[in-house]
Design a protein around this ligand. Sequence first.
Ligand SMILES: *[C@@H]1O[C@H](CO)[C@@H](O)[C@H](O)[C@H]1NC(C)=O
Ligand SMILES: *[C@@H]1O[C@H](CO)[C@@H](O)[C@H](O)[C@H]1NC(C)=O
Ligand SMILES: *[C@@H]1O[C@H](CO)[C@@H](O)[C@H](O)[C@H]1NC(C)=O
Ligand SMILES: *[C@@H]1O[C@H](CO)[C@@H](O)[C@H](O)[C@H]1NC(C)=O
Length: 587
Amino acid sequence: MTMSRVQKRAMESLLVVLSLGVLVQLAGCSPPPDPVMCTHGTSNCTITNTYGSFTDRTICRAAKVTYPRTEQELVAAVAAVASTKQKVRVATKHSHSIPKLACPGGDDGTIISTAQLNRTVRVDAAKRLMTVESGMLLRDLVEAAAAAGLSLPHSPYWHGLTIGGLLSTGAHGSSLWGKGGAAHEYVVGLRIVTPAPASQGFAVVRELGADHPDLDAAKVSLGVLGVISHVTLAMQPLFKRSVTLVKRDDSDFQEQVARWGHLHEYGDITWLPHEGKVIYRQDDRVDVSTPGNGLYDLPLFRISPTRDLIDARTAEERLQENGTDTARCEAAQQQAAASERLNIFTNDGVSFTGYPVVGYQHHIQASGTCLNSPEDGLLTSCAWDPRIQGSFFDNSGFSIPLSKAPAFVADMQLLRNLNPDLFCSSVDVRIGVLLRYVKASSAYLGKPEDSIGVDIIFYRSHTEGMPRAHADMVDEIEQMALHKYGGIPHWGKSRNFAFDGAITKYPKVHEFLRVKDRYDPEGLFSNEWTNKVLGISGSPNIIKKRCAIEGLCVCSNNSHCAPEQGYFCRPGKVYKEARVCSFFKNY
Ligand SMILES: *[C@@H]1O[C@H](CO)[C@@H](O)[C@H](O)[C@H]1NC(C)=O
Ligand SMILES: *[C@@H]1O[C@H](CO)[C@@H](O)[C@H](O)[C@H]1NC(C)=O
Ligand SMILES: *[C@@H]1O[C@H](CO)[C@@H](O)[C@H](O)[C@H]1NC(C)=O
Ligand SMILES: *[C@@H]1O[C@H](CO)[C@@H](O)[C@H](O)[C@H]1NC(C)=O
């Protein structure tokens, strides 16, 4: 058996600890912590997300949390809040959303956690239907499906999300074929618990079948309609996929972005702007009898020794704050080379012997081995675990209409060509810029047209208002996508400014709001953030000193940047209408 370098080092540190006879104090388990913490049992609680930080760096408060274990307990929990008109929001086991979706309105609301609503309810292999409770992790769902000979055709790439959470934020994989890459396209039934009048006991279960008109509201709902208890998915017979990653220079990236998703059912694209390269994922469905037992294991989602994570973060902070562009590009080259040596796939679950990698859908569609981190007192963890000083990043996620993707790519390349070195530090070079295909949806808050979803991961400082190196590159790309190319932010990703005015790009938002008014007329399941992003009240922007550095606003004057450190509010370099915080050496 071969072990990765990281696993070896984890094993070695563990052996050192054990052989020294040190009593390992199990201070906590290493899988990610519950985002809800309370000082008195289930009362006096705080809630955050899996990264330990919302976009505005605050932590939310709630009077209490409940963990229903059955639909009946869930109905009782909703009735309890509805009868006393308390604010309430649903949290999931890990609560991944970066914006403040998980916070109950105000400071004294109730959190209903779906952490214990994680069972399979029913599998009908003949009809290819699977019904699960909404708190079930994607990891467990696809395993249970495979055991019954079924595959979920599309999902996000990280399997630590719950089905209720990933549906509610419109999460997706990549496909233009069939109904496309968004998971909510495969929902054919939901049971959702909503507030109700006293005459109905303050809470009811609404059952929405495939033809129910409200399903288009409930499939992607930001959690403002109530709590989903059960989800029924249209599955497919177990199948395999054959994947080959092809790395080429980015000279024809513009033409390829328009055609790649049509050529391959699961095609996606990773752009490495600083290298001038593109990785095309050539990924297609193959018959289940095709030999191969491949496994997807994205390095970012692997278990890592905490010591390594802390050392890497320290080096990253030093480069960000005090490094030169040359030093940052040297580091980026080393990082890129090191991550190229890490296998994203193995052919048999152990080692990589070459492409194509053929494997079962449930072993290829998503990954996240750090969730299975042993309870080792934080010797190992997921990279972003807020209990250690490991990686801390932002993830901007947005989509633009597919028809505009070639022009958008051309503009990004123009910006990069001005000085490729600036992309060594502004984009996480191990991950690059990920492009995935999503089809137009009937869901009111789904994609209004065929789109390309873009993900950019970048460094975030622990210090509020601290500029990061060449942030203006990513800020310009984002503003260009949103305002020049009609883009919309991913509901569960991105920083505040991306949501400003975004709701006007959803032609069916009024249909959505009508369902919301029927299901939850008092807005108990709405919070300040959902009211802002749905255009009900307030603006997602927060205007204050250095707000543009934090992504809380688009700068309109220098105080929104960091003039004391040489960052001033300036037009974009390619998209002149953009306003970004640019650094001037001799200010
Ligand atoms: C409630 O929790 C906060 C910390 O989140 C703590 O400071 C406060 O003392 C707690 N209140 C009570 C009554 O325990
Ligand atoms: C449900 O969650 C509990 C507690 O986290 C866990 O022990 C159990 O294995 C999970 N069940 C399923 C079916 O995933
Ligand atoms: C950057 O340099 C300053 C001044 O020498 C120092 O105070 C600071 O700690 C350094 N930052 C990092 C992250 O090393
Ligand atoms: C810049 O913005 C700040 C904060 O919004 C505001 O207080 C200040 O008056 C503005 N300055 C100018 C010159 O517009």
